[in-house]
Design a binder for this molecule. Structure first.
Ligand code: BDR
Ligand code: CA
Length: 325
């Protein structure tokens, strides 16, 4: 497993890193997308590939376009992908994200059209057309689109620069079952395919995102931007009592934006290369990520796992990004 440099340089000039965001917006997905779109000098968003997850596909594609329009970025292609996991029924998370996936936030229906390409075709074509090692996949959702693309076109695996995915857990165990994190639990078969494919993988697990808590002060900092984006970010990330209670009353985790935080400011994180396997057989532990932290199995490392974050630094970065939109 070889990881490419986190930021690109050409002839001494910094070049924007090309990313595709695979997503199921989702209130935290929305903030991740906004941060990426606000970071044009560092990140070039080639497209948003949507998948069923937090809410069904019809809503994730709708929400992705609402967020692009909020950011004034109707030029970013938004594609619909897989509408269900590879081998299981879809499990959704309206209890976290609301019936519409964006907590009923006051955003108009999108007017930009969906791109006519299927998300899986877009992934395959984009990776084949780009120079090898120049496109990073940022996965914020069940990994169905990525795994389907790898199955259909194995040649693209070697062309991926990195897969930066929010999912799984080590010591934090689970958030949707006692031992499984939502994105991995919803489509464990897809996660297994992606982790075993051989592409470089960077995992942002619950161990990190549970340290990235939206406290009342951090939420107020979004609102204090006094912009439309700031108001929406505050509404999307306002901690609910239920989530906050799980974290000592301090606030609710902001999962998906940590992936973009890593791409923009890797110094805010600590990481370790380990072997990670996914449970795909047992209903009791379905989607558990088994991380060989101490190398006891002898299995080769297949992922870089982030395990710590400078949360204040991360929220400063996020707030400053939102302020640019
Ligand atoms: C993940 O699950 C989803 O509900 C969030 O959007 C995030 O991607 C956290 O477990
Ligand atoms: Ca998500």
């Amino acid at each position: 497993m070889a990881h490419h440099a986190v930021s690109g340089r050409a002839e001494g000039r910094r070049v924007a890193r090309k990313i595709i965001i695979d997503t199921d917006p989702g209130q935290d997905d929305a903030l991740a997308i906004l941060l990426a779109l606000a970071s044009g000098e560092a990140l070039e968003v080639l497209g948003l590939t949507c998948v069923a997850g937090n809410v069904p596909l019809g809503l994730t594609t709708r929400n992705a376009r609402r967020i692009c329009e909020l950011a004034g970025r109707r030029d970013v292609p938004v594609m619909a992908g897989c509408d269900r996991p590879m081998g299981r029924d879809l499990v959704t998370a309206e209890h976290v994200h609301g019936e519409d996936g964006l907590r009923g936030v006051d955003l108009p229906a999108p007017t930009m059209p969906l791109d006519s390409r299927h998300a899986v075709d877009f992934l395959i074509e984009t990776l084949r057309e780009a120079a090898p090692g120049t496109v990073t996949l940022v996965a914020l959702a069940p990994l169905t689109n990525l795994a389907t693309a790898f199955r259909r076109a194995p040649d693209i695996v070697a062309r991926v620069a990195d897969i930066v995915l929010m999912g799984g857990a080590h010591r934090a165990l689970g958030n949707v079952t006692p031992v499984a994190e939502f994105n991995i639990h919803v489509d464990p078969q897809a996660a297994d395919i992606v982790l075993c494919a051989g592409a470089p993988v960077t995992i942002v697990p619950l161990d990190v995102t549970h340290k990235a808590l939206v406290t009342p002060a951090r939420n107020a900092a979004f609102a204090a931007l006094r912009t439309r984006v700031g108001q929406v970010a505050a509404a999307l990330s306002r901690p609910t009592g239920r989530e906050s209670a799980r974290h000592g009353g301090l606030g609710a985790p902001l999962h998906d934006p940590c992936t973009i935080g890593w791409l923009l400011a890797p110094d805010l994180f600590a990481a370790r290369e380990v072997n990670v396997m996914v449970e795909t057989g047992s209903e009791l532990t379905m989607g558990m990520t088994v991380m060989d932290w101490w190398g006891v199995t002898g299995r080769a490392a297949n992922a870089r796992v982030l395990h710590d974050i400078d949360a204040d630094g991360f929220f400063d970065l996020l707030t400053a990004g939102l302020a640019r939109l």
